[in-house]
Design a protein around this ligand. Structure first.
Ligand code: Z57
Length: 844
């Protein structure tokens, strides 16, 4: 190394040794610089949208400093990393989150105000990336926020879909899907890493050969090779310097692909083939908790898994050979969490790398693999459990199919040892379902290839053990654990509900944001009338804001003094939006028949329903139609004027949830008991000072335990009763509740229209008392009871407020901070690694 090189290094170091200043004047300079040099625009007379771009770039600069520092630090320390593999990340908007987590909200607001812009307006210019369907994808994003906030070295890995979750519009009372091309205006939050690309093979064949020692080896060859291109997004923590990474892959044609096709002399064919490469990551599958079994989806899964494992592998291998590190140490440095079975093909893929590339013996490879992976199950609904046809995997991933068979073979020998000749057990535990065609059960593969399997709420884990994996539980009792879900208080309280957040900060200081337990003492304030007054004022502010939003964007007027009741989640039969609608129709009937005296005792209500139906899910789309029709009729009926409004808010997404949730008095989480694994909306609502009408399902049960029975309106069959109720109804159909009978009669009679395709009848036929799978008819009377209780409680303003305060301040367990601490301790065995920035800003 010459002297020159050292001089270069020193100069470079000096040039890059300072951090960006964050005072108001400096932020303004940064904004203007981005307007001029990044956007190449005039420095004045800009629309809000250009200023959004400039602000985002200015914030991004500040994120990048922390991001590169954090990554360099954890690489230097050789720390164990968590890799959260998910086909979905429902990130929501980034600007507000970034300025808040960086502690720069005030400075940016002021910098912008002085030059005539409002930070809030600028924030609402951002188009949210909707790279997820619902709960599972949003959970992944809450986890990334907490992982960064708690200084865990952790990366999220996923797919950079060109088209995210479709945009839902209501046209003539029906859901219509529009493509969500979210990248139209560019994405200032990502960095395209042109130096991070990996080839991914699909199709082809397996070549068997002998090494010089006579061992049989396998090589996967031929087929097509596409490239995975990395796009990185910084994930800042709140109140910490640490900034993690979310790496999303995009597919593009490989050079290899190029040559092969073009040399064949088929120019147009070659171009078309290249186009097909890009289609792999083009669209998010819009099914929540149902599987379509499409080949492109399997391609997406493998594509993303292959690129991710190559990346993890390369990072780990930098350590192999350093000191005494060998492949065997991989589990000391790498923890991979599988978010459902969607990335479970990673198990045979890691085996392939260890066997075919690393040339380890099977047992060594298997031990490493099992120590690396853990699997989170999010549902026990059979229609959501992934199964791939053996012929499809054989065609697309021939080597993986061999490896899966080998894993299964060795596993079944263990089963045979434990339960000799128990063919029933063998066939239910096998990875291969002996149907025609044969199917690969991804959940069995995930259980067998992981060291830990977790459910997402206590009841869910219980059902998982007893219904889905009872035999695996006998085999490996320690493998199954519960880690109840949680949500990040940063986005769902601090950012979404500034009115309530400022009350909290005024009472206990700002520390509650990263330590929700600090709200506990505020519970005693529930008895203080003055505090209740302030609490109500905050809720009123949020309801007012929502009322204005509804007027501006939907031209609907609602009374902010009415009870705001919300059910906002994916439309699914098991979530029973139909029960809600039938309740509303019942209320409508009551209102139209009420005497003036009776009307005075009724609680004015605004019912808000929002959520997307999967495009191919007929019943869910019928339901959307019915809600829209009921809303039309009710809202234009003079009899309902001050008593009932029904609003279907289209295109439910993260940004909309941030407006709706803080304004809710009641929210409904009314799934058939045993069917909602956890739910996470339920947590967000209670944290924001709303109460729940709900069934004893998912996390509702734990929420009730935490906040007290008297603060929740529960109803309906319990999970352990459902099976017997279903069995009984088949031969002994129960009498239908007269109020339900009337409500159904009104719908059938055409009060809400008569769609040609009999959509409403189809919905109602499904609650025939003989085959009421979701127990809608069964639970209807107790549902009305719970709603009535809520109405009654709402009329005692003071007591109601006390309930809300007590409940909201009892929610610390449902912070994703608690959830992630459990994952870290019980599954990942990782420690926080805070990066302390140099004290003086100029000394980098
Ligand atoms: C999804 O959002 C969930 C489960 C799935 O199997 C799929 Br696919 C998508 C949801 C559950 O339905 C919720 O109950 C749960 O709260 C959420 O995952 C996060 O665990």
């Amino acid at each position: 190394m010459g002297v020159d090189h050292l001089a270069h290094k020193e100069l470079l170091w000096k040039l890059s040794s300072t951090y960006l200043p964050n005072d108001v004047a400096s932020l303004q300079r940064s904004l203007v610089r981005h307007v001029e040099y990044t956007l190449a625009r005039r420095r004045y007379k800009l629309d809000t949208s250009s200023f959004y771009q400039a602000t985002a770039h200015s914030v991004r600069d500040r994120l990048i400093e922390r991001w590169t520092d954090t990554q360099q630090y954890s690489a230097k320390k050789g720390a164990k990393k968590v890799y959260y593999l998910s086909l979905e990340f429902l990130i929501g908007r980034s600007l507000g989150n970034a300025v808040s987590n960086l502690g720069l909200r005030g400075a940016y607001a002021e910098a912008l105000r002085q030059i005539g812009y409002d930070l809030e307006d600028i924030m609402s210019e951002e188009k949210e990336p909707a790279l997820g369907n619902g709960g599972l994808g949003r959970l992944a994003s809450c986890f990334l926020d907490t992982l960064a906030t708690q200084n865990y070295p952790a990366w999220g890995y996923g797919i950079r879909y060109k088209y995210g979750m479709f945009e839902q519009r209501i046209v003539n009372g029906k859901q219509v899907e529009f493509p969500d091309y979210w990248l139209t205006d560019g994405n200032p939050w990502e960095v395209e890493r042109l130096d991070v690309q990996y080839p991914v093979r699909l199709f082809g064949h397996v070549r068997e050969f002998q090494d010089p020692d006579g061992n049989t080896l396998y090589a996967w060859e031929g087929g097509e090779v596409v490239m995975a291109q990395a796009y990185d997004t910084p994930i800042p923590g709140y109140g910490t310097y640490n900034t993690n990474n979310m790496r999303l892959w995009s597919s593009k044609p490989s050079h290899e692909f190029n040559l092969a096709s073009f040399n064949a002399g088929n120019y147009y064919g070659a171009v078309e083939a290249k186009e097909r490469c890009e289609s792999i990551t083009s669209v998010l599958y819009p099914n929540d908790a149902t599987e379509e079994g499409k080949r492109l989806r399997l391609k997406q899964q493998y594509f993303f898994v292959s690129a991710t494992l190559q990346d993890i592998y390369r990072r780990f291998k930098k350590n192999v050979g350093r000191g005494s590190t060998t492949m065997k140490n991989m589990p000391d440095k790498v923890a991979i969490q599988l978010n459902d079975t969607h990335p479970a093909i990673a198990i045979p893929e890691l085996m392939r790398l260890l066997l075919d590339i690393e040339r380890l013996p099977w047992d060594e490879a298997w031990e490493i693999t099992r120590k690396v992976f853990a699997y989170t199950n999010h549902t026990i609904l059979p229609e959501a459990l992934e199964k791939w046809p053996v012929p499809m995997i054989t065609e697309l991933l021939p080597r993986h199919m061999q490896i899966i068979y080998e894993i299964n073979h060795r596993f079944l020998l263990e089963v045979q040892k434990m339960w000799p000749n128990d063919t029933a057990r063998m066939s239910s535990m096998s990875i291969i379902e002996e149907s025609s065609p044969k199917m690969v059960r991804m959940s069995n593969l995930a259980v067998i290839g992981s060291h830990t399997v977790n459910g997402v709420a206590m009841i869910h884990t219980k059902l998982l053990k007893s219904l889905l994996f009872p035999d695996f539980l006998l085999m490996w009792p320690e493998k199954f654990i519960n880690v109840t879900n949680g949500v990040t208080p940063r986005r769902w309280l601090l950012q979404a509900n500034p009115a309530l957040a400022s009350i909290y900060t005024g009472m206990v200081g700002p520390g509650w944001v990263n330590d929700l337990k600090r709200l506990e003492p505020i519970k005693t304030m529930a008895q203080d009338p003055q505090f209740r007054q302030r609490w109500r004022a905050a809720k009123q502010t949020n309801k007012q804001a929502l009322a204005e939003w509804l007027y501006r964007s939907m031209n609907i007027r609602v009374d902010p003094n009415a009870l705001f009741d919300m059910q906002i989640k994916r439309i699914h039969e098991y979530k029973r939006q139909l029960l809600n609608v039938l309740g509303i129709v019942h209320r409508y009937a009551e209102i139209t028949q009420a005497t003036p005296e009776q009307r005075k005792t009724m609680v004015p209500r605004v019912h808000i329903i929002a959520g997307k139906a999967a495009p191919g899910y007929v019943m869910a789309k019928n339901l959307v139609m019915l809600v829209c029709a009921v809303s039309e009729v009710v809202n234009s009926d003079a009899a309902c004027r001050d008593l009932l409004k029904v609003v279907f808010v289209p295109n439910f997404n993260v940004s909309l949830a941030e407006i709706l949730i803080p304004a809710s008095d009641i929210s409904q989480h009314i799934s058939t008991a045993g069917m909602e694994a956890s739910g996470t909306g339920n947590m967000k609502f209670v944290m924001n000072g709303g109460l729940i009408v709900g069934t004893m399902d998912g996390a509702n049960i734990e929420i009730e335990q935490a906040i007290g029975e008297h603060n929740m309106f529960t109803f309906g069959a319990k999970a352990d009763q459902v099976a017997a109720i279903r069995r009984k109804m088949a031969h002994d159909p129960p009498k239908i509740d007269p109020r339900l009978h009337r409500a159904m009669g009104m719908i059938r009679a055409g009060i809400f229209g008569k769609p040609d395709d009999g959509a409403y009848n189809q919905l109602l036929d499904a609650i025939d008392p003989r085959k009421d799978v979701y127990l809608t008819a069964h639970d209807f009377p107790s549902y009305l009871g719970a709603i009535a209780e809520a109405d009654a409680a709402y009329q005692y303003e003071e007591k109601w407020t006390a309930k809300c305060i007590e409940a909201a301040c009892s929610m610390w367990m449902f912070s994703s901070d608690r959830t992630i601490r459990e994952y870290a301790a019980k599954i990942w065995n990782v420690e926080p690694l805070p990066f302390r920035p140099p004290r003086h800003h100029s000394e980098r």
